[in-house]
Design a binder for this molecule. Structure first.
Ligand code: AVJ
Length: 326
């Protein structure tokens, strides 16, 4: 019997526009100024991120991929889930590693990819249906910080594993990270699982270049958020007048990316009827990428009601996959 296909759309263009407007209004009024990293990812930003994953300096992507390759059969056997849910299901190679291993383990029945991009999700589902014709596919277009309650429930006797890979949890500040994990925990039944990918803190001489590469791709990725504001909100950012900055904040254990104004400027954001002044040297915070230790992962997971079931770490201890149980 061929696997059924379903696609639920919980995110409309107007929802996204409303969220962008309120994030920009709030972030540019803050001191220091800030913008949330989710707005990097328009078509160009997603393409720049793809290029980042191929950079020699950007170790997190390929470290996680290698770790997943080595441990995925172990993960599937430890999990026993019949439904794999993937939050922000961008990367198809990691998806296929998971689906193949859960198929080998003999438990997989359904795959639930969730992403903000409806077009990316439709494309992924079409390809997966061709290659996994028996698998039930249930796509959910939505924002992972908001639409978790819309995920399909567990079947009677079934069990779901939510995969949240890439280290993206590190892009959330501690407060929102805790709220997010509490929310994930609240949609799971006891015994269901979360597979969490996290960057581990390592030598700053390794971490900083990963966010400040020699070819300048990450700088373009960072500046892309200003192109998004120019296009979506009719803003007048002189994008080239901002320098890319990436620093390791040892106290908070995170990489912080910023955009630094190279001269005094006034920016008009017509759709918000807003004028914003930047002083020369002023920085706009655009992303944190937190790096953890196994102990800090266990601690923030426990604070949200998860128990650590198992963990896999790469040989250089730069990345961890942790299987958490609700
Ligand atoms: C895919 C969001 C985890 O934080 O490492 C890459 C994003 N930012 N280079 C990360 C990113 C700058 C990436 N995440």
């Amino acid at each position: 019997t061929p696997g059924a296909i379903q696609l639920d759309v919980h995110l409309s263009d107007t929802d996204a526009d409303t969220a962008l407007r309120s994030d920009v209004r709030r972030g540019l009024a803050a001191s220091p100024k800030e913008l949330p990293p989710k707005w990097f990812y328009d078509a160009r930003g997603s393409e720049l991120f793809e290029r980042i994953t191929e950079l020699p300096e950007y170790y997190p992507f390929r470290t996680e991929r290698a770790l997943l390759t080595d441990s995925v059969d172990d993960i599937a056997r430890s999990s026993g889930a019949d439904t794999v849910v993937e939050l922000g299901s961008g990367s198809s190679t990691k998806t296929r590693l998971l689906l193949d291993a859960f198929t080998r383990a003999g438990t997989l029945r359904r795959y639930v990819p969730q992403d903000v991009s409806e077009s990316a999700l439709r494309g992924a589902i079409d390809e997966l249906h061709r290659d996994y014709p028996q698998l039930e596919l249930h796509g959910v277009v939505g924002d992972f910080t908001r639409d978790l309650d819309r995920l399909p429930g567990a079947d009677p006797g079934g069990k779901r594993m939510i995969a949240f890979l890439g280290g993206t949890i590190g892009n959330l500040m501690p407060g929102p990270r805790h709220d997010f994990l509490v929310h994930v925990r609240s949609v799971l039944q006891p015994g269901e699982q979360l597979l969490l990918g996290t960057g581990l803190a390592t030598d700053p001489a390794v971490m900083v270049p990963a966010y400040d590469d020699a070819a300048g791709v990450t700088a373009e990725f960072n500046r892309n958020v200003l192109h998004v504001l120019n296009r979506e909100l009719d803003a007048t950012f002189d994008v080239d007048a901002f320098d890319h900055v990436a620093v390791w904040d040892a106290e908070n254990s995170w990489i912080e990316m910023r955009l630094r104004a190279t001269r005094d400027m006034r920016v008009r954001i017509a759709d918000l009827n807003l004028d914003v002044a930047f002083a020369a040297g002023e920085e706009l915070a655009t992303e944190i990428s937190a790096k953890f230790t196994p102990a800090t992962v266990d601690a923030f997971a426990a604070a949200a009601g998860f128990a650590t079931t198992r963990r896999w770490v790469d040989p250089d201890a730069r990345f961890a996959l942790t299987l958490l149980t609700a």
